[in-house]
Design a protein around this ligand. Structure first.
Ligand SMILES: [Zn+2]
Length: 229
């Protein structure tokens, strides 16, 4: 893997850490008022080109959705009245993996963030390219650019005005994929092996990503936590 490719994966790993460490919104402190913990989202599954799992099979997972107010939508459904997240059919979303997306919807509204895809969908659509190829560099660069909006989230809660401007400026589209920013930190495969970049990690950059996440990003997080004590 070239230094250029490594730097891009480190940027993606750092952004995944940013998304996962956001603080979930606090629920209203009103006795008797029960509200969903996150905004409603429609989840649209696509067939995984690596394992062949279909959208129908996605709906048969034991827990296909992380929240009770989320719904499964089909590609043929009319445009729903809620943001849509596209996933691979073998992905299993966990609440923290979608924290960046739900925080963005809460803070900036669904009109700014109505179409999301997971990193795994983006990578699968790119052909799951291997490190050392033009396809890999192109797909990684597209992710780095498209996920800039995550960087505006940590400061946004205290300062929504300028943060809104930064957020809108940071929203980027994946070329050739329509109006779909990428969600950092996707989910888990049905075989319980987590993946956050590529489906199933077979020569497509996922092992390298994990190595860099653990070697370069995690130690910094530990250092930050110790400084905050
Ligand atoms: Zn799969």
């Amino acid at each position: 893997m070239s230094p250029e490719e490594e730097e891009m994966l480190i940027a993606l790993a750092a952004r995944e850490a940013t998304g996962c460490l956001l603080h979930p919104s606090l629920l209203p402190d009103t006795p008797g008022l029960i509200v969903p913990p996150v905004p409603p989202v429609g989840v649209c599954a696509e067939m995984c080109p690596a394992c062949g799992m279909t959208p129908t099979e996605f709906g048969r997972h034991a827990e296909p959705l992380p929240f009770s107010n989320w719904t499964i939508v089909a590609p043929t459904d009319p445009v729903p009245d809620r943001p849509v997240l596209r996933v691979l059919a073998c992905e299993r979303l966990v609440p923290r993996s979608v924290l960046a997306m739900t925080t963005a919807i809460e803070q900036f509204g669904p009109s700014d963030s109505s179409q999301f895809i997971t990193r795994a969908v983006h990578w699968a659509r790119a052909g799951a390219p291997a490190p050392g190829t033009d396809g890999f560099r192109s797909a990684a660069a597209a992710s780095v650019l498209a996920e800039q909006w995550v960087d505006a989230l940590p400061q946004a809660r205290a300062d929504l005005g300028p943060a809104m401007a930064r957020f809108r400026a940071a929203m980027r589209r994946i070329a050739g994929a329509g109006l779909t920013p990428v969600v950092p930190a996707a989910g888990r495969a049905h075989d319980e092996r987590a993946f956050v970049v590529a489906p199933h990690g077979r020569g497509d950059g996922e092992p390298e990503y994990r190595r860099l996440l653990l070697a370069r990003v995690t130690p910094n997080l530990v250092g930050q936590a110790q400084q905050g004590q």
